[in-house]
Design a protein around this ligand. Structure first.
Ligand code: TRP
Length: 333
């Protein structure tokens, strides 16, 4: 199926299940701001995905507003892009029921995120956690999406989405556009405490990540405590996961190359380098934080965005959903 617009369509989602980190910012959101002119973009706050693990209702509600405010504060334009909340567009769950019937138990059992999350939440391996990928497939397929910018960890879910789309299309004829993963150039940022692990917004150790909204003192302190190695050279090398990660972060915020950074810190210790990374990070995040604070005081504005954009999204989503309903044999009234 062709999109009516000439521009390719992009869909991505973030769960309101933790504080967005500089990993989310440098690895994703910062790059999304460069896509908004060339693509038709939908950025969704996937609150329905978030409840597959237990959430405190007040936190979930607050974070949903926060993510929208962060998106805007980071430079995503809520008029150019369709930025909205998943639970405001019922077509996501409506399509996901249908897609559940075209997704195999075996396929879902092989999802590594399911295996990881069920190991971590052994007392709550619920059906939603298991069928999470079909809801994600619905998010994507509802909008006839061309490209899905995600991290490497989501590639398997995109592959499954493609399999589901192809399966449905081969039974009922062209219904869904088959999307491609779009693994962005954005940097991969690792944990400050365990630099072999990806920085995660749901890490139990708050010193492992820097939130986009952290205060300057906290940012400086977290970088000061960042795990490095027993060497003393600020240079990128195998086995220096901690320093490599700090170099990536410093480079993202300053635009400096590895060589420039190595020259800048030649003969200086890790302490100086960590302090510099902390400074530049705090300085770069400061305008985002103040814009965020301003937006969070204006709930009515954010609610206006929720409403307008969920209407735009619903309009697009309903087109696909009614086509699917017709094809599977549901009576239209
Ligand atoms: N599963 C994604 C994550 O955990 C979030 C997500 C939900 C998503 N639906 C999506 C990402 C659709 C891209 C497209 O990060």
């Amino acid at each position: 199926m062709e999109n009516t617009e000439a521009k390719k369509r992009i869909f991505s989602g973030v769960q309101p299940s933790g504080n967005l980190t500089i990993g989310n910012y440098l690895g994703a959101i910062k790059n999304w701001t460069t896509l908004q002119d060339d693509y038709e973009c939908l950025y969704c706050v996937v609150d329905q995905h978030a409840i597959t693990v237990r959430q405190t209702p007040a936190d979930l509600r607050r974070r949903t507003y926060e993510i929208m405010a962060i998106y805007i504060a980071c430079g995503l334009d809520p008029v150019k892009n369709i930025m909205y909340v998943q639970s405001h567009v019922p077509a996501h769950v409506q399509l996901s029921w249908v897609l559940n019937c075209y997704t195999m138990f075996g396929e879902l059992s092989r999802m590594t995120q399911f295996k990881d999350k069920s190991a971590k939440n052994a007392d709550n391996i619920n059906a939603g956690l298991f069928t999470y990928p079909t809801l994600m497939a619905s998010d994507i397929l509802l909008y006839q999406t061309d490209l899905v910018p995600v991290g490497e960890d989501q590639r398997q879910h995109i592959e499954l989405t493609r399999d589901i789309a192809n399966r449905f299309n081969s039974v009922y004829g062209e219904t869904f556009r088959v999307p491609e993963p779009y693994i962005t150039k954005g940097a991969k940022i690792y944990s400050l405490a365990e630099p072999a692990k990806k920085m995660s917004k749901s890490d139990e150790n708050v010193n492992a990540y820097v939130s986009i909204l952290d205060k300057k003192d906290d940012i400086i302190r977290k970088f000061k405590r960042a795990v490095t190695d027993s060497d003393t050279c600020v240079c990128r090398a195998e086995g220096k996961d901690g320093i490599n990660n700090l170099m990536t972060i410093y480079s993202c915020f300053t635009g400096k190359s590895d060589e420039e950074i190595e020259r800048e810190f030649a003969g200086k210790g890790y302490g100086d380098f960590k302090a510099a990374v902390g400074e530049v990070c705090a300085e770069s995040l400061d305008p985002i934080r103040s814009e965020f604070d301003r937006l969070m005081k204006d709930k009515a504005y954010l609610e206006g965005i929720f409403k307008e954009n969920s209407e735009k999204a619903s309009y697009l989503a309903r087109k696909t959903l009614s086509k699917v309903y017709r094809k599977v044999g549901f009576v239209q009234i």
